[in-house]
Design a protein around this ligand. Structure first.
Ligand SMILES: *[C@@H]1O[C@H](CO)[C@@H](O)[C@H](O)[C@H]1NC(C)=O
Ligand SMILES: *[C@@H]1O[C@H](CO)[C@@H](O)[C@H](O)[C@H]1NC(C)=O
Ligand SMILES: *[C@@H]1O[C@H](CO)[C@@H](O)[C@H](O)[C@H]1NC(C)=O
Ligand SMILES: *[C@@H]1O[C@H](CO)[C@@H](O)[C@H](O)[C@H]1NC(C)=O
Length: 492
């Protein structure tokens, strides 16, 4: 075009004269070529610029080349060692909107150099957000069809695929959770090591609120409680998930999408009752003092319930619970109960959390049924739940006196001593009967137990028994937890 202008400059009149036809097409061809070259050069420079400039680089996470899954599975088959924490890869579904507040939960349980995995976010987190777990930006999730649920439902459903494609070595299990899930990873290992990771396995739990199970699915692993996918199943999900996501575009959550894709492979949920979605509101006391006979694997939705311990923030409460958990993971929250027949007291222990003294006789079936201190998730009603509950007695003289976990020690012989301290009582119950007054005089409870062998969880579980020391000294009650004898019953 410069040349044309120069030519024009040489003879201004020529420009006015019409060009002969062939000259015109030549001119057009040249201009077109020039234009195309300029566009091509411009686009190439733009691409080069954006690749090398970190600010404009596409933020999506890019997959690396992986080892052939079939080859890896054959290696898995020849390794007979028991599963430990190093065999788990965690994939936490997060978002930069909530991450700054929820990072406190993953920081509680994440152990750098021990736990492996990443939190997957939709973009880079704010540089001032500090956290222990490493992050990745999810691979492109916007290309999938979605007619229900949020944008992040598709993205977080694909965490298992993104995590697999990171290519971490020696992974047997991929464990997914939300950014507000607290995992008790030793117990997670205990639970997962029961299963054969060389098969396609899908482990988790559903919602406590029936309304949620009806709305989503009973036989699905709810994502907040966390779920585990064995390596061979994850390898298949990587293959089928993209197509599957488009087929289930009308589902609500990310966990439901994963469940659908797992279902297409014909794999059913292996339900474990230690995964807690916590689709409830209110006070978890009733749930945590009557934990099912299974290791505590996870807790979720802790922002939506009262702090676990009175007079503590939720974070302080979890730190308190973790103290007991660190000493004896398998026994954490395990319930056992015994009676003081002389005073007709029923005593129920939730190890590492609380002891209750009921100054009335309650049967074993009553004691192991959660007290209704919480409501359903959506409608905030008194049920139904996926387990039975018993109402809190309106008569304060029939309500338990509560002692909350205070300290834990371990002696050289592997015995643990946990102490529980009475929390303030309502003034009204000071005028209950004589037996109640006697129980009220107790200030502390000291519980001794041997550390529970995780191996016990591989067998059919049996609740442990306890014995109350008859002598009350210094307003302290002493209780010993031990395995029940063969034909021992716990009878009022
Ligand atoms: C692993 O276990 C299988 C079956 O129990 C056995 O056939 C195999 O020899 C074992 N491999 C090793 C390396 O111990
Ligand atoms: C876990 O097991 C592997 C063998 O599969 C072993 O090499 C590793 O040291 C173990 N790690 C831990 C933390 O126990
Ligand atoms: C609650 O905490 C405050 C400050 O930590 C303490 O002074 C108070 O005694 C506590 N109350 C109970 C009932 O433990
Ligand atoms: C009961 O407690 C007392 C005082 O601590 C102790 O001397 C006694 O051995 C305990 N009894 C049993 C059966 O454990």
């Amino acid at each position: 075009m410069c040349t044309t202008r120069e030519q024009l400059g040489q003879d201004p009149f020529k420009a006015i004269k019409p060009f002969p036809l062939e000259k015109t097409t030549d001119f057009l061809k040249t201009s077109l070529k020039a234009a195309v070259s300029i566009i091509v050069i411009f686009s190439i420079s733009l691409v080069i610029y954006s690749v090398f400039n970190p600010n404009t680089r596409p933020a999506f996470f890019h997959w690396s080349e992986l080892q052939n899954p079939a080859l890896y599975i054959s290696q898995l088959n020849s390794d007979n060692s028991t599963t430990n924490i190093s065999h788990i890869a965690f994939g936490i579904g997060g978002s930069t909107r909530t991450w700054a507040n929820r990072v406190q939960y993953s920081d509680l349980w994440w152990k750098p150099d021990v736990t492996r995995g990443f939190v997957f976010l939709e973009k880079k987190p704010h540089p001032k957000t500090r956290f222990k777990i490493q992050h990745r930006v999810s691979s492109d999730w916007t290309r999938f069809k979605r007619t229900a649920g949020s944008d992040s439902a598709v993205r977080i459903a694909r965490v298992v695929v993104d995590l697999f494609r990171v290519g971490l070595p020696n992974v047997r299990w991929f464990v997914m959770g939300d950014d507000d899930t607290v995992f008790f990873s030793d117990n997670l290992v205990t639970v997962l090591s029961k299963y054969d990771h060389r098969r396609m396995v899908y482990v988790g739990g559903n919602s406590e609120s029936v309304e949620q199970d009806v709305m989503h699915a009973y036989d699905m692993a709810f994502g907040g409680g966390g779920f585990a996918i064995s390596y061979p199943l994850a390898a298949e999900l990587v293959r089928v998930m993209d197509g599957c996501l488009n087929r289930y575009h009308y589902f609500y959550g990310s966990d439901q999408r994963v469940w659908a894709c797992v279902g297409e492979l014909g794999v059913a949920l292996s339900r474990e009752s230690g995964f807690h979605q916590i689709d409830v509101r209110g006070d978890l006391f009733g749930l945590l003092t009557a934990h099912p006979m299974a290791p505590l694997v996870s807790l979720h939705h802790l922002d939506s319930v009262k702090p676990l311990f009175p007079n503590q923030s939720q974070l302080e409460s979890l730190t308190t619970l973790m103290k007991a958990y660190e000493i004896d993971p398998s026994r954490t929250l395990q319930q056992c109960f015994c009676y003081n027949h002389k005073h007709k007291w029923s005593v129920s222990i939730s190890w590492g959390y609380a002891v209750q003294i009921y100054p009335v006789s309650l049967t074993a079936k009553e004691l192991e049924m959660p007290l209704l201190t919480f409501q359903t998730w959506r409608s905030r009603s008194n049920g139904p739940f996926t387990f039975n509950t018993r109402p809190v007695d309106p008569d304060p003289c029939r309500q338990p006196i509560i002692f909350y976990f205070n300290s834990v020690e371990e002696d050289v012989g592997g015995e643990t001593i946990t102490t529980y301290k009475k929390f303030e009582v309502k003034p009204v119950i000071k005028s209950c009967n004589r037996e109640y007054a006697r129980a009220l005089a107790i200030e502390n409870i000291v519980v001794s137990a041997s550390k529970m062998d995780p191996q016990e969880w591989k067998e059919v579980p049996r609740r442990h028994c306890c014995e109350i020391n008859r002598s009350l000294t210094h307003q302290t009650m002493r209780i010993k937890i031990r395995k029940c004898k063969h034909s021992e019953t716990i009878t009022i």
